[in-house]
Design a protein. Structure first.
Length: 126
């Protein structure tokens, strides 16, 4: 599957309606973004069961601000509506492949359990 463009209009729907979503925050003027783009595109073709999306930080400054994007490219990975990864920098192809494998292999029941425990702690009276 080719990459899709995310905007503030379709971002939430994309995250809510797909199991795994990789989001590349980028800008046209960014050299490292241009170097990462073909790596990201190739991974999208090799993993058609995942959504590979791009956010143009110049066109979508509200999304960039909401996710505190300070450096581009920044890659963010969502699985079952949870952010599992968020790091700036252009990943080389082998590192992106490894990250995708790790995202596939993670025990999401355990992740959701830990999130629920943390939320319960925050809501408990002191």
């Amino acid at each position: 599957m080719a990459t899709v463009n995310l905007t503030k209009e379709n971002f939430e729907e994309t995250i809510l309606n797909n199991d795994i979503v990789l989001v590349d925050f980028w800008a046209e003027w960014c050299g490292p973004c241009k170097m990462f783009a073909p790596v990201f595109e190739k991974a999208s073709e090799e993993n058609p069961d995942m959504v590979f999306a791009k956010v143009d930080t110049e066109a979508e400054p509200e999304l960039a601000a909401y996710f505190h994007i300070r450096s581009i490219p920044t890659l963010m990975v969502f699985r079952e509506k949870v952010i599992l990864y968020s790091q700036p920098g252009a990943l080389p192809e082998p590192m992106l492949e490894d990250l995708i494998k790790q995202v596939r292999d993670i025990d999401m029941e355990e992740v959701h359990r830990k999130i629920a425990e943390e939320q319960a702690k925050e809501e408990a009276p002191a």
